[in-house]
Design a binder for this molecule. Sequence first.
Ligand code: ADP
Ligand code: MG
Length: 238
Amino acid sequence: MSGVNLNGIVKAYGTLQVVHGIDLTVKEKEFVVLVGPSGCGKSTTLRMIAGLEDITAGELTIHDRVMNRVAPKDRDVAMVFQNYALYPHLNVADNMAFGLRIRKMPKDEIKTTISEVAEILGLTEYLERRPADLSGGQRQRVAMGRAIVRHPKVFLFDEPLSNLDAKLRTQMRAEIKRLHKRLGVTSVYVTHDQVEAMTLADRIVVMNDGAIEQVGTPMELFNNPANTFVAGFLGSPP
Ligand code: ADP
Ligand code: MG
């Protein structure tokens, strides 16, 4: 079974085609990073997987089920955004519980799930606080918590760390890695940051101008870049 499979995926806005027929298989439990310059189609690709954008052509499967016409809430994916998208009027516990209440999870089960996930993320002491009273790193943890509590089949990350300062970014990178080791959830992670890609990825997908230039492990890409674009982007030696 594959985690996520893109088969000839195309995205066009009117007559403007921005993703030109992408083929990619993300294995179950794999952590794949889409990397490339701003505007190359990373977010659009991720949003098609999430169901937040229609797919113009091609086929998307998640765990071997065709998803093209399945509503976002029925895809069993959870997305973590750069801007956290937390509810300012709700405390940490209620922010994390929001999606579970919508899905009608029983109250005591919600409580257990929230405390488990808070423990994993080091948020136990902050459950009563509102987002405004948290640091950037803590807010990003809550955003991740909200994704984790749903036990999705797939995590989608869109530049989740780009609003954080360099030190916190390094720390959160390590946390995301640890979380992935612990939870083993299939993940697709978008960034324009080469270092982030190299440190997080099982495999990296280098995108440029709506197409894939190369797919491989960080070492494969670094040591054997397919072309000058990949070499330049990942900073391989000439
Ligand atoms: P990335 O995430 O790699 O920076 P995006 O996926 O956001 O790139 O954008 C890819 C291309 O699609 C860009 O040229 C962008 O301007 C264009 N684009 C994104 N959203 C829209 C939209 N709603 N309408 C028209 N063009 C769009
Ligand atoms: Mg983007």
